[in-house]
Ligand binder design. Structure first.
Ligand SMILES: [Fe+2]
Length: 219
């Protein structure tokens, strides 16, 4: 509703921008949309292949990250409508998190060992995928042009100054690191090795062969 009201157009992908920053924003939105489409196909192939236990470890990661970032956005947003909106989305994400944890508590104690390696790999893949939205997209995994990240930083600064809070690079990195450590705390309980995530300073098991075909992207 806010986008439609401000742009007088319902869809950011077909909107014709009137400013330079608007053109950059539209181009980046199109790149995100394109990459999201690639992973959606991967997701559809992956879902029937894996057990619920494996799927929910990937989902949990997305929910933890989303809950953290929306709470952070709500705390520093200066537009009351968005502040309230982010607070409620954050609460909703917290509920999704609880659903995943309940399923994991039910299924993990009886999980067979071969699934544990798969979960470690999925967590690494989920980190790479979600970084595109919650941190900065790693270029070897995301199909984006070289000007994507600089444009994104510029666009986010404009939004931040307008009162629509988006964490800066260091805050995003801390947020992402904390979300990963929360997830690690859950997986440690079940003896599932955590992958190394050097991007945010987490050591762990080296995961090299992240194959697009096998990953379960989380949204
Ligand atoms: Fe969610």
């Amino acid at each position: 509703m806010a986008i439609t009201k401000l742009l007088e157009h319902p869809d950011p992908l077909t909107y014709e921008p009137k400013t330079e920053i608007g053109r950059k924003a539209k181009k980046n939105a199109q790149w995100l949309y394109y990459n999201g489409g690639r992973y959606w196909n991967g997701y559809k192939n992956a879902v029937p292949k894996y057990s619920l236990a494996v799927l929910f470890s990937s989902f949990l990661m997305g929910e933890i990250a989303a809950a953290t970032i929306f709470h952070q956005m709500a705390a520093k947003c200066t537009e009351p409508v968005f502040q309230e909106g982010f607070r409620k989305v954050g609460r909703d994400e917290g509920r999704h998190m609880a659903i995943c944890m309940a399923l994991m508590e039910r299924d993990y104690p009886k999980m067979d060992l071969s699934d544990k390696q798969l979960i470690t790999k999925q967590i690494r893949a989920g980190f790479l995928f979600l970084s595109g939205v919650l941190f900065e997209p790693p270029e070897d995994f995301w199909d984006i042009p070289a000007d994507f990240v600089p444009a994104q930083r510029e666009i986010e600064a404009v939004a931040r100054n307008a009162g629509f809070y988006i964490p800066e690079y260091e805050a995003k990195k801390d947020n992402w690191c904390n979300a990963m450590l929360n997830l690690k705390g859950v997986l440690d309980k079940y003896g599932i090795p955590f992958p190394a995530i050097p991007e945010v300073g987490i050591t762990g098991e080296e995961v090299r062969d992240v194959d697009m075909q096998d990953i379960i992207p989380v949204f």
